[in-house]
Design a protein around this ligand. Sequence first.
Ligand SMILES: NC(=O)C1=CN([C@@H]2O[C@H](COP(=O)(O)OP(=O)(O)OC[C@H]3O[C@@H](n4cnc5c(N)ncnc54)[C@H](OP(=O)(O)O)[C@@H]3O)[C@@H](O)[C@H]2O)C=CC1
Ligand SMILES: O=C1CO[C@H](CO)[C@@H](O)[C@@H]1O
Length: 323
Amino acid sequence: MSLQIPSIKLCDESKMPFLGLGTYDSLDENELSTAIKAAINSGYRHFDCAYFYQNEQIIGKAIHESINESNGTLKREDFYIVSKCWNSFHSKEKVSECLDITLKRFGFDYLDLYLIHWPMGFKEGGSDIPLDENNQIIESEFHYIETWKAMEDLLQQGKVKSIGISNFNIEQTKEILDNCKIRPVCNQVEVNPYFQNRELVDFCHKENIRIVAYAPLRSTTYTPQQNWVKPENLVPQENPHVVSLAAKYNKTPAQIILRWLIQRDIVVIPKSVTPSRIAQNSQIFDFELTEEDMEVFKTMKTGSRINHFEGAKHHKTYPFKNE
Ligand SMILES: NC(=O)C1=CN([C@@H]2O[C@H](COP(=O)(O)OP(=O)(O)OC[C@H]3O[C@@H](n4cnc5c(N)ncnc54)[C@H](OP(=O)(O)O)[C@@H]3O)[C@@H](O)[C@H]2O)C=CC1
Ligand SMILES: O=C1CO[C@H](CO)[C@@H](O)[C@@H]1O
């Protein structure tokens, strides 16, 4: 059996597969472990993870088990494992500490890609979301340029194979580009039919920075306790244009949306813990939307992002201030 299932395409310039499995908000060990193994069986090798998601141990264990049960057909090098440095680990020492915690949880000695999760430093050494008496997030003094330099050091130490950013706006991305020795390989941001983020996507593409679309299906339920805003808009899978394209191509609405994204050269990381959906989301490399059908998405009424991180909106480097 070929180790790299050929149906999932890789981005040309890196080993990043165009499809990865999102893993946010999956905490049930049985459910997540089953999902990871179902994904591996469907050909996924790219897993999008984060210190903040508190589930890297479960994911690592499931991947190790799959490798051990594969009779030598799967190796660590076949996988593309991504994690993210959390906001309360933005100083030089803490960036390295956050990565070490992640590696230990996974049981790996390197990551394929490590991202700065948000361009906002939070107070270090306490809770992941440190709040003051008025329930406001407590900031740290560490600027993301300093954090980026610490990421570059990790790359030089060989603990990570590549580094990138997440939730950086255009200005913040430019600032990184103007001050870096090593350029970010990607910016992971929200992109879906109702939040197309075209200006940022175009800017990053021009700069040869890969866009990784999170919340590509926009159907996550965010919990109010964490100060995230619940999606209020319609689910794009119910959009009549998407439904009609699904009928035309004999695909599901989710597959049409994911295909639209990869056809725009955007990497997608849909999250699912449902094996049938995990398999379904991988069947997007065997058809092509016509140019005309790609255009249909431009006509859709688009709204605002779902992932506002409301609780952090007073932070001095909150990325979505101008929206
Ligand atoms: N960098 C960042 O700040 C962020 C990164 N992310 C990353 O991006 C990933 C994806 O984003 P996420 O917010 O989870 O949202 P998604 O757009 O991936 O939506 C996930 C939801 O869609 C459902 N779903 C998945 N596939 C299908 C399908 N084929 N048909 C119908 N429903 C489906 C899932 O249900 P079910 O699981 O029940 O099958 C789940 O409820 C995250 O898991 C995380 O890894 C997300 C947000 C922010
Ligand atoms: O990665 C993430 C998963 O979703 C959270 C909920 O909005 C995000 O804020 C976080 O950055």
